[in-house]
Design a protein around this ligand. Sequence first.
Ligand SMILES: C[S@@+](CC[C@H](N)C(=O)[O-])C[C@H]1O[C@@H](n2cnc3c(N)ncnc32)[C@H](O)[C@@H]1O
Length: 272
Amino acid sequence: MTGKKRTKPTLAEQADKHELYQQSVQNVDFELAFMRDTYRDLRGSSPHSLREDFCGTALASAHWVAQDKANTAMAVDIDPDVLQWSREHIVPGLKKKARERLELVEGDVLEIANEPVDVIQAFNFSYWCFQERRTMLAYFTRCHAGLKDDGMLFLDAYGGHEAYQCQVEEREVEDFTYIWEQAAFNAVTCEQRCHIHFRFKDDSELREAFTYVWRIWGAKELREILEEAGFSKTTLYLQAFDEETDEALDEYIATDEADDYACWLGYIVAEK
Ligand SMILES: C[S@@+](CC[C@H](N)C(=O)[O-])C[C@H]1O[C@@H](n2cnc3c(N)ncnc32)[C@H](O)[C@@H]1O
């Protein structure tokens, strides 16, 4: 006997950060529907082949192949651990045939080569890790090469003056609190360091569960680089707000008009 009292693990110690991320950050069914509907509106047919860049746990790809027997997905991430998590937690939930239509690829999106697909998505601002213009151009050029002639690239973006500030935002999600921290910002280079933390009902915390260092890019500059990479047309779809309550809506409108918003969210759609 050591006489040491065994303490119960805290909720933070028991938590799986990838599950928390999926519950608090991702809304893959909405994003896939936006992608499919936008493609249909612009092309008059449905997209079936997807490349999911910066896929993390490849949740979007898994939903995509489960949605339609004709759908295929190639999910790319540079981190073998996150792909292994997907093999253990996401892939087993798919039917055998759907599993066969999903390919998990460990690789750098700057080097990836693939059979051309209908759509490529890079969501949750992951592509902002490329901070130099020439690297962003190289990435967009690689995406252009990875798309069929009528293919489209879907990106997300945010802006407004709050994007350039250090701040902390909290949101209740089921039985935990999601905390987004913009921890540091370089006003000259626009490099931002952000963290995701999680807090639980027993007050335990998972600090810096995820950390990102990226550049806050301007939407206009991104669209110029996309055109330089060969895309024939780009459109910004801006998230709509309820005019009375100021609540953000699940509705995105193609527009270049914006007021002096504190923050905005949107999608950039680039047509090959
Ligand atoms: C914020 S997560 C994105 C997860 C998911 N796409 C989403 O929408 O929430 C960023 C992912 O990008 C991956 N990543 C970073 N640089 C990469 C690169 N050059 N090529 C491929 N994946 C990369 C990281 O390993 C990480 O899993």
